[in-house]
Design a protein around this ligand. Structure first.
Ligand SMILES: [Mn+2]
Length: 288
């Protein structure tokens, strides 16, 4: 185990708007610290990212914690980030976003890894901490979520055989891992919730533009027309000049854009594109 000289409780914390990797890292590190006799608790200083607890629970890792304000005397152990926005003492950090800056925390581990939780799982194994199926499930889910289902350049390729071995050994749901990792929406949710997914409001000089998006691997025609009708209504209700809907398909690599005004203009991009860099600059010009 790393050399940690701390008295009193240690507060393990992920980054703000915690994602699956942050929460999984908290769970694993807490267990690790407790195994070696430390008192540890998990804190969350801001709401987690939408769906984080739900995804973990679907993988057999039921956990949730409420948002609290720091009281000032916490001793923080940062996971999945290396700098805290809070004015609190930091006693340790384990992260996978390597930086040029060196931090003088008593424990500072920051190297390339498929996910922070997967790195902590490896440390636990190496140090003989007893592990359960749920620890493996949390770590593997965090890899999928952090690497867009093993596709992004963040993936450390040598981790893949071990990830696959864990999936087989613990009979994890590979299909769910894949969908969760790509951030695919569950299209059986109520239409209004789907219509407002990823909502952003842009106040341009010549009018307000609202935008939402979905991610799925297929969209039925009937579903798309119902969705557009809902958004026509939402546009009127919110007095927006335009509603930009993006239907992303990360599996086949395509985005279809619907520019909804009194008419609907459809643009099939033929590639997976980004709202921030590919769509909004063009829309902004129309309303400036
Ligand atoms: Mn991460």
């Amino acid at each position: 185990m790393f050399d940690l000289n701390v008295k009193g409780p240690i507060t393990v914390v992920g980054h703000d708007i915690s994602d699956v990797d942050s929460v999984a890292s908290c769970l694993l590190l807490k267990k690790y610290l407790e195994h070696f006799g430390f008192e540890a608790q998990i804190a969350m200083f801001s709401e987690p990212m939408n769906g984080t607890f739900k995804m973990l629970s679907k993988m057999g890792v039921p956990f949730s914690v409420g948002v609290t304000k720091p009281n000032g005397d916490e001793q923080l152990f940062l996971v999945d980030h290396h700098e805290t926005a809070y004015d609190l003492k930091v006693v340790g950090c384990i992260d996978h976003h390597p930086t040029e800056t060196e931090y003088d925390y008593p424990v500072y581990i920051n190297r390339k890894a498929s996910s922070t939780a997967f790195m902590i799982l490896g440390m636990m194994e190496a140090d003989g901490v007893p592990l359960e199926a749920s620890d493996h499930a949390a770590a593997v889910l965090s890899v999928y979520c952090d690497t867009q289902s093993l596709k992004s350049t963040k993936l450390v390729k040598t981790d893949v055989p071990k990830v696959q071995e864990i999936i087989q050994k613990y009979r994890l749901d590979g299909k769910y891992l894949y969908e969760a990792g790509l951030g695919l929406n569950d299209l059986s949710q109520p239409l209004e919730a789907l219509a407002l997914n990823g909502l952003k409001v842009f106040d341009f000089p010549k009018g307000t533009v609202m935008s939402s998006y979905l991610q799925a691997d297929r969209y039925e025609d009937g579903f798309v027309s119902e969705l557009i009708n809902e958004l026509k209504m939402q546009r009127t209700k919110n007095s927006a000049a335009m509603w930009v809907l993006l239907l992303h398909d990360p599996v086949h690599g395509n985005t279809v854009e619907y520019d909804i005004t009194d008419e609907v203009k459809v643009i099939d991009h033929g590639a997976l594109i980004s709202r921030g860099s590919n769509v909004m600059p063009r829309i902004e010009k129309l309303f400036t």
